[in-house]
Design a binder for this molecule. Structure first.
Ligand SMILES: *[C@@H]1O[C@H](CO)[C@@H](O)[C@H](O)[C@H]1NC(C)=O
Ligand SMILES: *[C@@H]1O[C@H](CO)[C@@H](O)[C@H](O)[C@H]1NC(C)=O
Ligand SMILES: *[C@@H]1O[C@H](CO)[C@@H](O)[C@H](O)[C@H]1NC(C)=O
Ligand SMILES: *[C@@H]1O[C@H](CO)[C@@H](O)[C@H](O)[C@H]1NC(C)=O
Ligand SMILES: *[C@@H]1O[C@H](CO)[C@@H](O)[C@H](O)[C@H]1NC(C)=O
Ligand SMILES: *[C@@H]1O[C@H](CO)[C@@H](O)[C@H](O)[C@H]1NC(C)=O
Ligand SMILES: *[C@@H]1O[C@H](CO)[C@@H](O)[C@H](O)[C@H]1NC(C)=O
Ligand SMILES: *[C@@H]1O[C@H](CO)[C@@H](O)[C@H](O)[C@H]1NC(C)=O
Ligand SMILES: *[C@@H]1O[C@H](CO)[C@@H](O)[C@H](O)[C@H]1NC(C)=O
Ligand SMILES: *[C@@H]1O[C@H](CO)[C@@H](O)[C@H](O)[C@H]1NC(C)=O
Length: 439
């Protein structure tokens, strides 16, 4: 009986990540910088090298940020090389070619990323990789590329999906209060296996092309959460976008946090949900919103890809990006699972709500349990963290159990704290604690 259960369990094991690598690349969420949120299409070697040099001089390299990623619009727009068929770097934007820029980035001890799309053109209308995946992967490898962000624009008509899937952005279908998708606007039968979809195939072709190179290239899927990517992302790439694009404003960040909070079972070592790149330093976020954005992206074990002009970064934001407790949680070598909500707070548990997502989160780490409490309201409010409610904290005596606590924002050792913490929290701010041994 036991044996047959074991065999059955083996048979239904989900396909493992095909990008598990001996060098460990992709096991933990990627840390780096990308040009898009700061510069959109106006990218060039100067801006890329400014970012790379700032990553070093601001100490971001020392705390783990390593990728410098060139997003869309880096090539000549209307043609490939008519002899080799390769994409041609724009000689005005990148006078030393992508290879020349990559060499300079590597000389700083950093890694370099590039961008393409699983379609006929990139989102900006530049040459993209469908049908020429092997050539492009080989070209990227020959330039010394370490990371590919692979977008989803200009999909040829014969590659579109048979069914419409659900993305809880509200773009395709409705979402129930429990976070599951309605099938009102998803046309797939409930039993449909999305790993057989054309979207999954398009992304697997590039995966195989990257794996055929004599170089580790981290594979970041950017297909906006479509085609139920959470169910096949881990077998295909190192990270996968779970929503549409982020914008630098609190309503969108709260909306994405809400959507991601219902999909965190799909995150562990080697495979990470990507709720899109960081907007810290962009738009009109308050200090509190900057802080909450970073805290929850780190706690969810998202890739942490900075998207702002680093030479203009205010000191308080640099401190946020370098927060040692959140980065340690993100990069924990022992615990691969993200923090998850344990109580919604403002709304009843499991409420899917774009403006007021789950407020109370916790996750295990090498040094204890990370506990975060967010105030989603527009006014200052009290947030009560009660030890007996927090998963992973073993409490026996509701009132008397006490734990060693460190404040993750100030680094202050709060000593042995009984019962829990009850704090006033500004609008859209997050309090956070590393809760260690019982005392
Ligand atoms: C993804 O695949 C890796 C490698 O097999 C595995 O360790 C990890 O647990 C998988 N993630 C999830 C959420 O199952
Ligand atoms: C190929 O490209 C080169 C350089 O851009 C150009 O001079 C040449 O005319 C092109 N040849 C053809 C056949 O298009
Ligand atoms: C779409 O057409 C291209 C070019 O003919 C072909 O290589 C590709 O396999 C087709 N896609 C599908 C899903 O059949
Ligand atoms: C349903 O999905 C289609 C295709 O993406 C979209 O055009 C339409 O607006 C959606 N309808 C609703 C009610 O979400
Ligand atoms: C989510 O809610 C819908 C609508 O009430 C219900 O049909 C579905 O079974 C629920 N799913 C889960 C996993 O609770
Ligand atoms: C692969 O790359 C390594 C290191 O760059 C090199 O030593 C080796 O010869 C390459 N192997 C092949 C088959 O190209
Ligand atoms: C938070 O980030 C915004 C940009 O998103 C920036 O303008 C603002 O200065 C930051 N707030 C503080 C207090 O640093
Ligand atoms: C645990 O603490 C050690 C020593 O301070 C530190 O190096 C490590 O990054 C921490 N890990 C986590 C996950 O907090
Ligand atoms: C989201 O939650 C807030 C706070 O409970 C509530 O006022 C709002 O109506 C909810 N939004 C939706 C669309 O249900
Ligand atoms: C938390 O503080 C608020 C405001 O001071 C108070 O109303 C509430 O009773 C406190 N809760 C606990 C459990 O002490």
């Amino acid at each position: 009986m036991l044996v047959s259960i074991a065999l059955t369990a083996l048979a239904v094991l989900p396909s493992t990540n095909a990008l598990v690598r001996k060098d460990g690349v992709g096991k933990l969420p990627a840390l780096g910088w990308n040009s898009w949120n700061a510069f959109n299409c106006a990218v060039d070697e100067d801006k890329i090298m400014t970012a790379a040099n700032e990553i070093v001089s601001l100490g971001l390299k020392d705390v783990g940020y390593s990728y410098v990623n060139i997003d869309d619009c880096w090539s000549i727009k209307d043609a490939r090389d008519n002899v080799t068929g390769q994409i041609v770097p724009d000689p005005v934007k990148f006078p030393s070619g992508i290879k020349g820029t990559a060499d300079k980035i590597h000389a700083l001890g950093l890694k370099v990323g590039i961008y393409s799309s699983a379609g006929t053109e990139t989102c900006g209308g530049y040459p993209a990789s469908i049908g020429v995946e092997e050539l492009d992967a080989a070209t990227f490898a020959s330039w010394g590329i370490d990371y590919l962000k692979y977008d989803n624009c200009y999909v040829p008509s014969n590659w579109t999906d048979q069914y419409v899937g659900c993305v809880p952005d509200g773009t395709n279908g409705q979402v129930y209060a429990n976070g599951t998708c309605s099938i009102d606007n998803t046309t797939a039968p409930a039993t449909y296996d999305w790993s057989t979809s054309n979207t999954a195939k398009r992304y697997r072709i590039m995966r195989d092309a990257l794996l055929a190179q004599n170089r580790t290239i981290l594979y970041s899927l950017c297909e906006w959460g479509q085609a139920d990517v959470i169910t096949w992302g881990n077998a295909t790439g190192n990270s996968w976008r779970v929503t549409g694009d982020i914008t630098p404003d609190w309503p969108r960040i709260a909306q994405i946090l809400n959507e991601n909070s219902f999909q965190l079972n799909y995150v562990d070592f080697w495979g990470h949900n990507d709720p899109d790149m960081l907007e810290i330093g962009n738009g009109d976020l308050t200090l509190e919103e900057n802080r909450s954005h970073f805290a929850f992206w780190a706690a969810a074990k998202s890739p942490l890809i900075i998207g702002t002009a680093l030479d203009l970064l205010p000191a308080d934001l640099l401190d946020i990006l370098k927060n040692e407790y959140l980065l340690a949680f993100s990069q924990d070598a022992t615990f691969g699972k993200p923090a998850t909500p344990y109580k919604w707070g403002t709304n009843p548990d499991w409420t899917f709500n774009a403006s007021n997502p789950a407020e109370y989160w916790s996750g295990q780490s090498e040094n204890g349990t990370l506990v975060l409490a967010l105030n989603t309201l527009d006014d200052t409010a009290q947030r009560e963290i009660i030890w007996s409610e927090v998963p992973h904290l073993e409490t026996k005596h509701y009132q008397r159990d006490a734990f060693e606590v460190t404040d993750i924002w100030t680094g202050e050792d709060l000593g042995c704290v009984p019962y829990g913490l009850n704090k006033s929290v500004n609008s859209h701010d997050t309090i956070g604690f590393l809760v260690g041994n019982r005392c």
